[in-house]
Ligand binder design. Structure first.
Ligand code: SF4
Ligand code: ZN
Length: 375
């Protein structure tokens, strides 16, 4: 016979909360999780009445729970928000196509408008094609940079004031670990809060689930019967984040509060006041936020378009300078930048779609890349 719920005492407990250790029944767990999310939204002043909020919807558990909760809490507490779903299609066969199907099912059930932007439309490259050029490593570097811009560009096209993402406490703790290991002080400073400050991108972002444990998000989705896609991306096993995740799981096994502690450390971290942070400007090519003459996406795209996919990653400044000055590269230098071996046939271009939504077209514009979008 299960113990009674420690909150209501009436129903048998259905779970022990990973975050607090409390034994709760289904109804009390759902109520506690929803109330904590509401409190995080209120305490962080994440939204203002009348705002249009684009929910980054991947079809996975986090964004599915986030979309469900925001719609429910908006109705329950009268936030006065206009909610939209915004998805990015990276062009990963067998993964994103299936997860987008889950987003579409959610869209039909919830009635929220859905907009999809794709890497092919924005950049002319799908992740599958990038991976064919690049090999198994560093794909997530391209994907992460492109996704950040894609979300911003999609949100701007939709007229959104803010982007809400489904990052949870485990994601934030992993990010703090990764940035610490890389010595990336800029991202350490920006990365751990719930929002609503603008962060790196063009549209302010917030993370309403930033204090929610991943295990509790899975429990919430299970007890609510939410339909989500849970297969891992084919490129994920090569991702650096996987090592941070494994380290975090070990830390959590030894000390269950490690997830919350790391997130807290990220928020509390202070940097020397005389530390110079990169100045925020705009990309000379596409107009996106950049701290260098070209934004990271344009640097990566230049490498891809030149047939030198590693040009934008790693320490290749000397070779970049050579190219900028019009000097030819040696075969060995080209090989280091990932150029195909001599005699290899050039690959066919992927068809570029139109930047559209599931409901209505954005307009029939020929898109060559980020520089072609109004920004
Ligand atoms: Fe993109 Fe890497 Fe995530 Fe796959 S695992 S969706 S390649 S960032
Ligand atoms: Zn750019």
């Amino acid at each position: 016979m299960p113990a009674p719920c420690s909150a209501c005492g009436a129903s048998p407990a259905a779970l022990r909360r990973p975050k607090t250790g409390h034994a709760l029944c289904r109804a009390c767990f759902l109520a506690a999780f929803e109330e904590e999310t509401h409190q995080a939204i209120v305490a962080g002043r994440l939204f203002r009445p009348g705002e249009t909020v684009a929910i980054g919807a991947s079809g996975g558990k986090d964004s599915t729970v986030l979309a469900h909760l925001l719609q429910l809490l908006d109705q329950r507490h009268g936030y006065g928000l206009r909610l939209l779903l915004l998805s990015v299609d990276e062009g990963i066969a067998g993964y994103r196509d299936a997860s987008l199907a889950a987003v579409r099912r959610h869209q039909r059930r919830s009635g929220l408008p859905l907009h999809v932007v794709s890497y092919c439309q924005l950049y002319g490259w799908s992740m599958d094609r990038i991976a064919r050029h690049l090999g198994p490593r560093n794909n997530c570097t391209f994907c992460g940079v492109f996704r950040r811009q894609a979300l911003d560009r999609g949100a701007l096209l939709m007229g959104a004031d803010k982007i809400a993402t489904g990052h949870n406490a485990d994601d934030v703790a992993e990010t703090v670990l990764m940035n610490f290991l890389r010595g990336d002080v800029g991202r350490l400073r920006r990365g751990a809060g719930t929002g609503p400050a603008g962060g790196e991108g063009a549209v302010p972002r917030c993370k309403p689930l930033r204090h929610a444990y991943e295990k509790e998000i899975v429990l919430y989705a299970y007890f609510q019967g939410l339909d989500y896609f849970s297969t891992e991306c084919v490129y994920a096993p090569q991702a650096y984040r996987g090592y941070a995740r494994a380290l975090l799981k070990d830390l959590e096994a030894a000390r269950p509060s490690a997830v919350a502690d790391l997130g807290h450390s990220g928020e509390r971290l202070s940097l020397r006041s005389d530390l110079r942070m990169p100045a925020r400007g705009t990309c000379q090519r596409c107009g996106y936020v950049a701290s260098q003459p070209l934004c990271k996406a344009c640097v990566l795209l230049e490498g891809l378009d030149r047939g030198l996919p590693k040009l934008g990653i790693g320490k290749h400044r000397r070779l970049r300078d050579k190219l900028r000055d019009g000097q030819p590269l040696t075969q060995e230098e080209r090989r280091r930048l990932g150029a195909p071996a001599e005699g290899e046939p050039p690959e066919e271009q992927e068809p570029r779609g139109e930047l559209g939504t599931d409901e209505e077209p954005w307009g029939r514009r020929e898109l060559r890349g980020p520089q072609d979008l109004d920004f």
